[in-house]
Design a protein around this ligand. Structure first.
Ligand code: GTP
Ligand code: MG
Length: 300
């Protein structure tokens, strides 16, 4: 008689340089958009839990901010979020970009995971952008660097290789009972995700330094159940008056554009109508001031 396979459960930290595709992969694993994605690096600022329940396994994915050298308080907070994910991880997925040589971000990442008890899997992402044989030297390089680690070429965007990657991860999870109900997707609340949706629209709809100078807080979140409506007020913080001008735009046009895009996506996410009011405030140098960084919701 064969033994029943034991339940496996564990934390899986998604790590890599900014823009490697970590959030795209999280969303692909979950089959749902949980983490915001933009073309710009340093989009993710928090550690974001995404729960995937399979028959016999529960994967607790931790999406993290891209690993880079941090100087400002906000970047230090982001690296704190990445390091706390490593500390909790049973499996670490190092995500690199196909055809892109390892650089100082990867060196820093390897330094971060030194001494970690986690099993390591390397995902070589964005293979849709390169010729198949171009990935071979990169596979050889990583297997030399991390003997024993599984190395899986994937396209988080198109889905190739993601099932193989999932199998390699599950095989490395410790035995243990599920920690969350099967239908739970995350432990973060709706307010958090609405703030993230607004931040994503700012990233997408403004250029230059603006995305990096902004933070979003939710000041009011009132649900009107029988009218199936959420009334939300949020504040966008910027560092300078000139940035406030850009975010508001001529006659308020830019803020309106951000507000409409965010409202539509928040409605899809929450499944109710949303009334969204946005305010813009200047908080000089909040990105450099540890206390302000914490006040605006970045903890490490
Ligand atoms: N061609 C291609 N593009 C991808 C793939 N995965 C992600 N991208 C793109 O790469 C960009 C960055 O993706 P994200 O998922 O935001 O990357 P990230 O690693 O979470 O970035 P940070 O949060 O800034 O650290 C986006 O424009 C994605 O559409 C892929 O497999 N193929
Ligand atoms: Mg991200």
């Amino acid at each position: 008689m064969t033994q029943p396979t034991p339940q496996r459960t564990g934390y899986v930290a998604l790590l890599g340089r900014p823009n490697a595709g970590k959030s795209t992969l999280l969303n692909r694993f979950l089959g749902q958009k949980l983490s915001i994605i933009t073309r710009k690096p340093q989009t993710t600022r928090h550690r974001i839990l995404g729960i995937k329940s399979l028959p016999g396994a529960q994967l607790l994915f931790l999406d993290t901010p891209g690993i880079h050298h941090a100087r400002k308080a906000i970047n230090a907070a982001m690296m704190g979020a990445a390091r706390s994910a490593i500390a909790d991880a049973d499996v670490v997925v190092i995500m690199v970009e196909a055809g892109r040589p390892a650089g100082e971000e990867e060196a820093l990442l390897l330094q971060f995971i030194e001494g970690s008890r986690a099993n390591v899997v390397v995902a070589i992402n964005k293979v849709d952008r390169v010729r198949k044989d171009a990935v071979l030297p990169q596979i050889a390089e990583w297997s030399e660097r991390l003997p024993g680690a599984a190395i899986v070429p994937i396209s988080a965007l198109e889905g190739d290789g993601v099932n193989s990657l999932e199998k390699e991860i599950v095989a490395r999870l410790p035995e243990g009972p599920a920690l969350y109900p099967e239908d739970q997707l995350t432990d973060l609340n709706e307010r958090f995700f609405v703030a993230e949706i607004i931040r994503e629209k700012i990233f997408q709809l403004t250029g230059e330094e603006i995305p990096y100078a902004t933070a979003v807080t939710i000041d009011e979140f009132e649900e009107v159940p029988d009218r199936k409506l959420a009334r939300i007020q949020a504040t966008i913080y910027v560092e300078k008056d000139s940035q406030k001008g850009i975010v508001i735009g001529k006659g308020g046009a830019k803020l309106k554009e951000i507000g409409t895009a965010a409202r539509l996506e928040a409605e899809r996410f929450l499944g109710v109508k949303v009334g969204l009011k946005l305010w813009v405030k200047v908080d000089p140098n909040w990105t450099r001031d540890e206390r302000e960084v914490r006040r605006l919701g970045y903890n490490w």
